[in-house]
Structures are given as C-alpha cells and as structure tokens.
Design a binder for this molecule. Structure first.
Ligand SMILES: Cc1cc2nc3c(=O)[nH]c(=O)nc-3n(C[C@H](O)[C@H](O)[C@H](O)COP(=O)(O)OP(=O)(O)OC[C@H]3O[C@@H](n4cnc5c(N)ncnc54)[C@H](O)[C@@H]3O)c2cc1C
Length: 291
C-alpha cells in the first residue's frame, strides 16, 4: 500500500525542526531512520500531515563520553554505529551486547536508538537497555531543553512523553560509580526478529559488592519492564548463587507475558528466569559460580 499524501520538510537546524513540530502539533511526525515510521505510513496506521526529516541536521549522529564518563547518543546515531563502536565494548558491555541483536543488518544501517525509544514499541530492545542503565532522554522544544528519565519516557505502547513541538535529541547514560559489567540476552525465533523474551542486565560493583543493579525485560509485558525487586535483591551484597536465584525468580514474577505465536506465557517467564540466571552467573564466574 502507498502512504497517504503528506508534506515533507527537511530542516537544517533543530530550532527549525522544533518550530515545524510546534506549528503542526499532532499532525507532524519526526522522520529519523524511518525503519518503524515508514512501514506504519505504508500500512496507513499513521497518516501525518507533515514529515519532519531530521537527517540533514548536523551534530546528531554522535555517541561519545563526556569527561566524567556520561555517555551521550545523538538522535541520528544508527544502530550500526553502536554495533561497530570501539567505545562501547569494555566500558558499556550491556550496550555492546544489545547493538548486534536489534533487528537485522538492513534495519540497523538506518534505524536509530533514539528513534527506537521514541517509537515506544513494547518489543523494542533499546528501551530495556536504557532502563537497566538508569538512562534518560533529552528533549528540545518550544520551552527549551528538558531531561526525561527512561523510566518515565514510554507512556504505553507506541506513546512517549514528548510534548507537542518537542524533539528527542539525545539519549544519556550516566557515568558508572563502580566496576561495570552487564549483558543483553535475547531469544528470537530467527535472526532479525523481535524478542520472544529479552533481558538487559547492568551491574556496578565495588570491592566485590554490588552497588547498583539494573535489570529490564523485553517482550514480556505491555511495555519494557524494570525488574525493581530483582535489582534490589542484588544490591549491597556480593553476587552468589543464592542472590542470583532470588533475582531470577523475582524477575520472572515481574514479567507479564502473554501467550502468542512466539510462545506461551509460562515459557516466556521461564526464559526470563533463565536469562537472569545466565547473565548474572556470567558476571560472577570469576568468583566461582557456574555459568
Ligand atoms: C524488519 C524489522 C525488524 C525490526 N526488529 C527489531 C528488533 O528486533 N528490535 C527492536 O528494538 N527494533 C526492531 N525494529 C525497529 C527498528 O529498531 C527501528 O529502527 C526503530 O524502532 C526506530 O528507529 P528509526 O530511527 O528508524 O525511527 P523512525 O522509524 O524514523 O521513527 C519511529 C518513531 O519515532 C519517532 N521519532 C524518531 N526519532 C525521533 C526523534 N529524534 N524525536 C522525536 N520523535 C522521533 C517518529 O516520529 C516515529 O513515530 C525492527 C524494524 C523492522 C523494520
């Protein structure tokens, strides 16, 4: 099917883009990588009056660290740039693990992390990663800049917290205070599929004690879920078989999966527990917990 007729603008500055979005309100949509928006247009699930293509706006394709270790990912940073990043492995292991698991190489060439967050698909992988890392999204709008915690950014399936006229310009991951480890585990029916279930794990330890734990779940609820109780079970103690098992059970209880063509609810819950166990055991392997 062809999209409905729309007006197309490709501004060269954020101010111009924001002015267009403000003028057209709900009738305007930002076009970033187009990997989610274009299929929606073609299916006519979305029929905006105006597309604001941000691809000509300079200075948005970065992923870089500030001097204090804060990681910033610009609105035009493609999945592939994160997949091939030399910055992420070692310093940001969760992000490095997730990047190659998002969609397929064609989608990763154009799609963006920030676009994925804005799209707010409950199956989206990056939202779990940002949740686990305690990240945030920087928005620019008619009233200037504001920072929205990742936990508050998705308002439900395909709805985000941006106000009319606002554009998401950056995702931000705060600097770690301890030694960083983590991973992203995703079960997919075939390469390039959305998650049957996915688990993002981000740990910070100091002197062998977990000082921060982030665990978030993909594909097992009406949105990405932060497994808060599982996180709390890990903090303040060293990783052990007992704490890992407790976290795995609590994460599985947090999951709200539905049975569908990807698997039964019970199966998905089981996968969540297994992934939490596996991801954490990997981190504790040097201390002797079996992976
Ligand atoms: C075949 C296929 C498989 C996929 N598999 C996966 C998968 O396994 N896991 C996964 O997580 N995703 C998957 N996706 C989605 C993919 O990751 C998209 O790239 C991503 O969801 C959207 O990024 P984009 O830059 O293409 O955004 P676009 O498609 O351009 O935009 C998506 C939405 O976000 C809004 N938006 C985009 N950028 C901004 C911004 N800066 N400010 C405000 N609003 C903005 C748009 O207006 C639109 O509503 C898949 C997509 C396809 C086509």
């Amino acid at each position: 099917m062809y999209p409905s007729r729309f007006r197309y603008e490709a501004p060269r500055s954020l101010e111009e883009a924001s002015a267009l979005l403000t003028q057209f309100g709900d009738e305007a949509k930002v076009l970033a990588g187009g990997q989610s928006l274009v299929p929606l247009l073609k299916l006519r699930f979305a029929a905006p009056e105006l597309l604001v293509d941000i691809n000509n706006i300079p200075g948005l394709d970065h992923h870089r660290e500030d001097a204090d270790g804060t990681l910033r990912i610009g609105a035009l940073c493609r999945h592939v740039a994160l997949e091939r990043s030399t910055l992420l492995p070692g310093k940001h292991p969760l992000m490095a693990a997730a990047a190659p698991l998002v969609a397929d190489p064609i989608v990763r060439n154009r799609g963006t992390l920030v676009g994925s967050l804005c799209h707010s698909d409950p199956q989206g992988d990056w939202a779990s990663v940002l949740l686990a890392l305690g990240g945030s999204i920087v928005a620019l709008g008619p009233n200037g800049r504001r920072t929205i915690p990742a936990a508050d950014f998705s308002l439900g399936p395909f709805q985000n917290a941006l106000l009319p006229g606002e554009i998401a310009i950056e995702a931000v991951v705060p600097a770690a205070k301890g030694q960083v480890s983590g991973t992203y585990l995703k079960l997919e029916r075939r390469v390039g599929d959305f998650a049957t279930a996915g688990v993002a794990i981000a740990l910070e330890t100091s002197a062998g004690i977990v000082i921060r734990a982030g665990i978030a779940l993909t594909g097992v609820g009406a949105g990405n879920l932060q497994a808060t109780a599982a996180e709390q079970a890990l903090v303040g103690r060293p990783l052990s078989e007992a704490s890992i098992e407790e976290a795995a059970q609590l994460a599985a209880e947090t999951a709200r999966p539905k049975s569908d063509h990807r698997g039964s609810a019970a199966y998905k819950r089981h996968v969540v527990a297994t992934f939490v166990r596996r991801g954490l055991a990997r981190e504790s392997a040097p201390e002797g917990v079996a992976a």
